[in-house]
Design a protein around this ligand. Structure first.
Ligand SMILES: Cc1cc2nc3c(=O)[nH]c(=O)nc-3n(C[C@H](O)[C@H](O)[C@H](O)COP(=O)(O)OP(=O)(O)OC[C@H]3O[C@@H](n4cnc5c(N)ncnc54)[C@H](O)[C@@H]3O)c2cc1C
Length: 465
């Protein structure tokens, strides 16, 4: 049984010794195997780590023994002050509140993030547009944070919770044996030869989740035959840069997320052949293609344009101040060297999130298109809901892995996640077409919706929940 990480030099030894998280020592291994854990979280990505922080910070669960298991050995998230990562997430206010609750939000703010006050959405086939902002700009609509900044904050918080949460990095779970009639414990086998026992296994192991596969639940999934190109971009002119921009094109949406006064993060959905072309272009050609995707007006449909202008005239007579002011998107000066990357996009949904002693959170349970910036926010919503359900179970004297409390979590989350997935998938399909009746329908819908502030406010609240 090889549970040691090779220690080659003295320097290496001291580095490793100072990193509680990195490896399993011999004396530790026995303790880890003898302990009956209340919760083991498999997968220490953004959602798994926040699950560990949330449970480890809960007063009601203070007696519970929690362990987080993560394949990656990475323990240091050094954030380069002069360089932004191309992987970012738009976090919603609900996620901010969750992170504040377990004392990780201040760590994000102390590193770096960008507040977004307004979201502007428009399309290439017509002049229809919509903007989202809180009344009187009372709150931000989102926060743009690099994935590494989120992970850094979460691991720093876990460092403060050592008395309550054990973290094993560099170990992969390779098998799970679920409860039988004889035992209500889950057995976890790791690639380093450890066997762990837990009352509740939480699968936070991403889209290819082994926990989900072992649960043998139905998983509905498809690929979009699209990729999301990400990159860090420099704007032609520095601005206040507090707006997130999204333009729907028939090839897929393009989004600019603010990072600083003169930097933006790109998420550009394109077809697979177009993706290869864009990644292989020179930086100058790429920037030209980008500016054209943001500004080109050649696919505008004149029939739709004249119908929309009539509707806008009528709306401006009924509600003169309702239509949002037209703002122009920024233009791009350059792409940061080597910042271009691409990720396959797909949809996936596990029909069941729980079984006796097991629960799924984050991308292991549901995967969505990034066009609405909801993916990881849905996962953080799972974290919040599962924490509350487990707290209720423990408060009422029930077992932590008891199916009834887990079913409560499943019902509550599926009621929220399934409609959100449906809406995101429908938007992606609706905006792919250039068929005039559909362009007209969506243009009219967007124009009317833009004039209805109370409904827009409700949409932002729903997207933040
Ligand atoms: C281009 C793009 C842009 C996006 N933008 C946004 C956005 O703006 N807003 C938003 O909300 N979402 C966004 N998303 C979605 C978001 O990135 C994902 O929802 C999020 O990363 C999922 O986190 P997770 O922790 O559930 O899974 P993952 O990040 O996949 O983490 C799973 C972890 O489990 C570990 N693991 C896997 N198997 C095992 C095992 N057997 N044993 C131990 N550990 C294991 C892995 O090493 C990994 O660390 C975007 C996605 C893409 C592709």
């Amino acid at each position: 049984m090889n549970i040691f990480r090779p220690i080659k030099t003295l320097k290496n030894f001291f580095e490793l010794s100072s990193k509680r998280l990195l490896c399993v020592r011999a004396e530790n291994a026995q303790k880890l195997e003898e302990t009956i854990w209340d919760v083991v979280i498999s997968g220490g990505g953004m959602v798994g780590c926040s699950m560990a922080c949330s449970l480890g910070s809960s007063e009601i669960l203070s007696e519970k023994k929690i362990l987080l298991l993560e394949t990656s050995e990475k323990t240091q998230y050094n954030i380069d002050p002069s360089k932004y990562s191309n992987r970012v997430c738009a976090l919603n206010p609900n996620t901010r509140n969750l992170f504040s609750g377990f004392h990780a939000w201040d760590k994000i703010c102390n590193t770096r993030m960008k507040e977004v006050r307004k979201l502007m959405v428009w399309e290439s086939c017509s002049d229809a547009r919509i903007s989202f902002e809180h009344a009187g700009m009372m709150d931000n609509v989102a926060y743009i944070v690099e994935n590494d900044v989120i992970l850094k904050a979460l691991y720093e918080r876990l460092d403060e919770l050592t008395a309550r949460v054990e973290v094993i990095k560099g170990s992969k779970a390779v098998d799970y044996v679920f409860p039988t009639e004889d035992t209500d414990l889950v057995n976890i086998q790791t690639d380093k030869g450890l066997t762990l026992k837990t009352r509740l296994l939480i699968g936070a192991d991403g889209i290819h989740s082994l926990v989900r596969k072992k649960m043998k639940v139905k998983y509905v999934s498809w690929n979009y035959d699209q990729k999301g190109i990400v990159a860090t971009l420099k704007l032609s002119e520095p601005t206040e840069n507090i707006v997130a921009w999204q333009r729907f094109l028939p090839t897929g949406p393009i989004a600019l997320l603010p990072l600083t006064d003169d930097l933006c993060s790109l998420v550009w959905t394109v077809s697979l052949p177009m993706c290869d072309k864009l990644l292989n272009m020179s930086e100058e050609e790429f920037v030209d293609a980008l500016n054209s995707a943001l500004w080109d007006e050649s696919s505008k449909n004149p029939l739709v344009e004249s119908a929309l202008s009539t509707v806008k005239n009528v709306l401006s007579t009924i509600t003169p101040s309702a239509e949002s002011v037209r703002q122009l998107p920024p233009s791009i000066l350059s792409v940061e060297p080597k910042s271009r990357g691409a990720f396959p996009l797909g949809l996936g949904h596990s029909t069941e999130y729980v079984a006796q002693g097991v629960a799924l959170v984050g991308d292991s349970a549901h995967r969505v298109h990034p066009l609405a910036g909801q993916g990881v926010n849905l996962g953080f919503g799972d974290v919040q809901c599962l924490t509350e359900c487990l707290e209720t179970a423990v408060y009422n004297g029930n077992g932590i892995g008891h199916l009834n409390s887990l079913l409560d979590y499943e019902v509550k989350r599926q009621r929220h996640v399934v409609p959100a997935m449906f809406a995101i998938d429908s938007l992606n399909r609706l905006y792919k077409t250039e068929f005039t009746p559909f362009v007209l329908m969506r243009g009219l819908g967007l124009t009317v919706l833009d004039a209805l502030s109370p409904i827009k406010e409700k949409i932002i609240h729903q997207a933040s929940a």
